[in-house]
Design a protein around this ligand. Structure first.
Ligand SMILES: Cc1ncc(COP(=O)(O)O)c(C=O)c1O
Length: 336
């Protein structure tokens, strides 16, 4: 099977497994795992910020990030198909009493007039107070969209003027960096509290980080433990992350090329594909998923009118070519 459902389906390479096997470890709840500390310092350094905390999942990183900015009964504004709004199962409300209002951006993008219309940082006691804005870069359900720097800066300006928080869900910020050429430190400078994932395009089996000020991260460490996310000898996992950062970052460009190739095969404009995610509009997504599966290609339905294809480390150029043939047929037959 050629699995294009998500970039989370990758398996650790032999070289990554070898590094994991010999990782130096200790009890990370005691702060004694040297490999975890190295990973946290490395990621904080990449984004030019004080500290970072290793978490088991991107969802937990996002939870700790938003919690640090928004108290119970207050709100975060985000895009309507943001991962924090659509795919974290209401965790921000369920655990931390956070409420959300959303704007709907083109391909998950930033819509400043809509944000300004909703923005309510210090209204009377009759309304929920806006305490943070959350943006997603790249935007998963928007189709791997890279947010333009000028849009991020516009949000940053609003945040600064009103002294509220900015959260960036950067699960795939690595793809944004490789596609746009914007240095990670530049994204970091504009990020406020940032969450990143190692288990998506970078190909590590597990792991995310939340990056912020020393104070924010110290508090997040306590909340991570409270949520049951205190981990012990997880240097074996951090080692996979360090390996991924060193060896799998720049190769993301290949995934982006493969994604454009697949888009073209499916009759979708490849110039609208920023990174490794392709959204193809089809009248009957379930039928396309089934037709592709029958020919050895896995894709996922994205809502009632589209399928999603995601390229990654475990899909070679030859497999991309093979998938392109299968998908071209599946899309056209089902579309007829
Ligand atoms: C944009 C984005 N943020 C956060 C997450 C959550 O990551 P995890 O599945 O590790 O909880 C995902 C997962 O796919 C994602 O796409």
């Amino acid at each position: 099977m050629i699995d294009l459902r998500s970039d989370t389906v990758t398996r650790p390479t032999e070289a990554m497994r070898a590094v994991m096997a010999r990782a130096d470890v200790g009890d990370d709840v005691y702060g004694e795992d040297p490999t975890v500390s190295e990973l946290e310092e490395t990621v904080a350094g990449l984004f030019g910020k004080e500290a970072a905390l290793f978490t088991p999942t991107g969802t937990m990183a996002n939870l700790l990030a938003v919690r640090s900015l928004v108290a119970p009964g207050q709100e975060v504004l985000c895009e309507s198909s943001a991962h924090i709004a659509r795919a974290e199962l209401g965790a921000h409300g369920a655990f931390f009493g956070v409420t959300m209002r959303t704007w709907t951006g083109v391909r998950g993008g930033i819509d400043m007039p809509a944000i300004q219309a909703m923005f309510a940082p210090d209204v009377s006691p009759f309304f929920v107070a806006t305490k943070a804005i959350s943006i997603e870069n790249t935007h998963n359900f928007g189709g791997g969209t890279v947010l333009p720097l000028e849009d991020i800066d516009a949000v940053g300006q609003l945040i600064d003027e009103h002294d509220i928080g900015l959260h960036v869900d950067g699960a795939r910020i690595w793809n944004a960096h490789v596609a746009s050429g914007v240095p990670l430190a530049d994204y970091g400078r504009r990020s406020g509290v940032l969450s990143v994932c190692l288990s998506k395009g970078l190909g590590a089996p597990v792991g995310s980080l939340v990056r912020g000020s020393r104070e924010m991260v110290a508090e997040a460490r306590v909340w991570r433990k409270r949520l049951g996310g205190g981990m012990r000898q997880v240097g074996v996992l951090a080692a996979a992350g360090l390996y991924a950062l060193e060896h799998h970052l720049n190769r993301l460009a290949e995934d982006h090329d493969h994604a454009r190739l697949l888009a073209e095969a499916c009759g979708t404009d490849p110039s609208g594909v920023d990174t490794n995610i392709v959204v193809v509009d089809v009248p009957d997504p379930a039928a396309v998923v089934e037709a592709a599966r029958a020919e050895g290609v896995l894709v996922s339905a994205l809502g009632p009118r589209a399928v999603r294809l995601v390229t990654h480390l475990d899909v070679s150029r030859a497999q991309t070519d093979q998938a392109a043939v299968v998908l071209a047929k599946a899309v056209s037959v089902v579309g007829d």
